[in-house]
Write a protein that binds this ligand. Structure first.
Ligand SMILES: [Zn+2]
Length: 249
């Protein structure tokens, strides 16, 4: 039993947006690919789609051969700064940049190309979970103990999955809901492949994310943060599409 508890705790520390969050971002990106990108990605992926492969980078954490990838899922921006590089902790930005350049170069073998592609899809999603852009003091909110309705948890987990799961939508329903009423102008403004702008934005919303009073989070916290969370998922999908469209021209 004790071992089981330890495994559960570790899992909650390591995972990014829960499965639903990554899939929502994947499906929105899929819908906004250019025909050229769509064609090249379907040749690479075969019979699957972005939503289905979006959690692969978390699943492989069960394989020790990928232990070196655990710090590719987050980055750190210290208080009062903008992104300055991986030395503050976490390689997410560095890896997205490096892997994007590798795919553009087009010299990887098919297996490596697929791995690198699946990492980009996942990490871009993670970087829209505000607590995957950490402040360097509390392991991305994992050390901030809170209650979520009646359960003891931490702030990171609330943002990874508990708030999303509480909405009780499937990922396809959620992707549809949060795109309702979007204008062409809204879409175009989000189709921006600049990684640093969305990373700095994820950090900038921390003031709101960390506004937790005494840490008893329930309806009021959802009421205040639902729109922010949905904006992050929505813009995550469009930013991912823009990055992929830029790679597969
Ligand atoms: Zn992750």
């Amino acid at each position: 039993m004790r071992q089981f508890i330890i495994i559960l705790v570790t899992a909650s520390v390591l995972f990014g947006w829960g499965k639903t969050g990554h899939r929502v971002i994947g499906i929105i990106a899929e819908e906004n690919l250019t025909p050229q990108a769509k064609e090249q990605i379907s040749q690479l992926l075969g019979h699957t789609d972005l939503a289905s492969i979006s959690n692969w980078a978390d699943e492989i954490k069960s394989d020790s051969a990928w232990d070196h990838s655990h710090d590719w899922h987050y980055c750190t921006i210290l208080e009062g700064h903008e992104y300055e590089g991986p030395e503050a902790g976490g390689y997410a930005v560095k890896k997205v940049t490096e892997f994007t350049a590798l795919l553009k170069k087009g010299t990887l073998g098919k297996e490596d190309q697929l791995d690198v592609f699946r990492f980009i899809v996942h990490i871009v999603g993670d970087l829209h979970q505000p607590l995957h852009v950490g402040n360097g003091t509390d392991r991305g909110g994992n050390d901030v103990k809170v209650t979520w309705f009646w359960d003891e948890t931490n702030l990171h987990r609330v943002w990874d999955s508990q708030m999303i799961d509480g909405m009780q939508y499937s990922y396809t329903e959620y992707a549809q809901q949060i795109q309702l009423g979007l204008s062409e102008g809204d879409k175009q403004s989000m189709l921006d492949p600049n990684v640093l702008s969305f990373v700095n934005n994820s950090r900038a919303v921390h003031t709101q994310v960390y506004d937790i009073g005494e840490g008893k989070l329930s309806y009021e916290y959802v009421y205040k943060n639902r729109e922010l969370m949905e904006d992050q998922l929505l813009s995550g999908g469009y930013h991912l599409a823009a990055i992929l469209n830029d790679i597969f021209k």
